[in-house]
Design a protein around this ligand. Structure first.
Ligand code: PLP
Length: 382
């Protein structure tokens, strides 16, 4: 266990809750989950399934109707042709990344992971005695991948490249041109790609989601990770899915059987309704997130010492707080203790985030406005 990492958001929540238990008011901007409830139609579908007795083991790869619905959704939204047999329903989107790394990575291999990036890619890679290689994602580059830098990191030991667009923690959205260049690299160096697209429906300003798997030849080397947690406010349902190339079907099936046997049956019935039913609530949530993004970005940029880009996706901002003279870790610690606002240090996502904090704006506008007031008073008070 010496080499495994963690996701510090869960620990930060615990610290903030402990502070609240002493009577302090804390605004939670640390956790990456929609504050909305799961839409009623989805909850009703799961309740109906429960009442109808969908309480037994599901087929290990997922309910056939859900796998078909996901395949149709991928055809419509990602413009790629997917057979239902390529789809595996997992416990959370996280299940997809666990299996990708378990299936593909051997000790001594190298995995290129975004820095800053979701910490579990790196953690699991280390756990398997493989080497995570950090691909810097810098604010100065508008949180885009520098494709030349990526190419320079590829060695004969590179097995897998992880990309995540829209990204946690930066909100950055990769351009089609860069995704095409990354695909060309994967082809040239014969690499597999884990494409974490869990925020693919949470986009602003008309930004386009391009799945690398939809580019010519790429479906056979890409694992697409998506799920229900973020898009449909279903974090507690623990449902995600993988779209895998044919040569990985066996591995995904075997790993699911070895670990969880399958994802909760009646929850999957809710997911069928989520993906095939009316999408108006998803659109309303994204519109609201967009308004909150503007509130937070404008508010932060009005504070001396803070610089914040306006990201085109997900529900995070990753401002630089270098101008305050504090590093992200000290800033986050003191902000919680002194001002009652819980954010994450940028280094929770990799070393490149040293002078940054991550804010999740999945909170009410009222709480966000109050948080901005508190952050401003904290920074001005020095
Ligand atoms: C980039 C990214 N991938 C995957 C996940 C995992 O999603 P799930 O909760 O469905 O396991 C998260 C959750 O925060 C995430 O931010």
């Amino acid at each position: 266990m010496g080499s495994i990492g963690t996701e510090t958001a869960f620990e930060a929540v615990a610290r903030a809750r402990a502070l609240e238990a002493t009577g302090r008011s804390v605004i939670h901007l640390e956790i990456g989950e929609p504050d909305f409830d799961t839409p009623d139609n989805v909850r009703d579908a799961a309740k109906r399934a429960l009442d109808a007795g969908l309480t037994h083991y599901p087929p290990f790869a997922g309910l056939p109707d859900l796998r078909s619905a996901i395949a149709s959704d991928a055809a419509a939204r990602r413009r790629m042709s997917v057979a239902p047999e390529d789809v595996f329903v997992t416990v959370g989107g996280k299940g997809v990344m666990v299996y990708a790394i378990l299936a593909l990575v051997d000790p001594g291999d190298e995995v290129i992971v975004p820095d800053p990036g979701y910490p579990i890619y790196e953690s699991l890679t280390r756990f398997l005695d493989a080497t995570p290689v950090a691909l810097p994602i810098r604010m100065a580059n508008d949180f885009q991948v520098d494709v030349d830098e990526l190419e320079a990191l590829i060695t004969p030991r590179t097995k897998l490249v992880v990309i995540n667009s829209p990204a946690n923690p930066t909100g950055g959205v990769l351009t089609r041109a860069d995704i095409e260049r990354i695909a060309a690299l994967a082809e040239r160096h014969d690499l597999a790609v884990l494409s974490d697209e869990i925020y693919s429906r949470i986009l602003y300003d008309g930004a386009e989601h391009v799945s690398i798997a939809s580019l010519p030849g790429m479906a056979r080397r890409t694992i697409v990770l998506d799920g229900f947690s973020k898009t449909y406010a279903m974090t507690g349902w623990r449902l995600g899915y993988a779209i895998v190339p044919e040569w990985l079907r066996q591995a995904y099936g075997t790993l699911i059987i070895n670990t969880v046997s399958g994802a909760t049956s009646f929850a999957q019935a809710g997911a069928i309704e989520a993906i095939t039913g009316p999408q108006a609530e998803v659109e309303a949530m994204v519109e609201e997130f967009g308004a909150r993004r503007d509130l937070v970005v404008d508010g932060l940029n009005a504070i001396p010492g803070i610089e914040c880009r306006r990201p085109q996706g997900a529900f995070y901002v990753f401002p630089s707080i270098a101008g305050t003279g504090l590093d992200g870790h000290t800033f986050a610690d003191r902000l919680l203790q002194e001002a009652g606002v819980c954010v994450l240090a940028g280094t929770s996502f990799g070393a490149v985030g040293l002078d940054h904090i991550r804010i999740s704006y999945a909170n009410s506008r009222e709480n966000l406005a109050e948080a901005i007031r508190r952050i401003e008073a904290f920074v001005r008070g020095g």
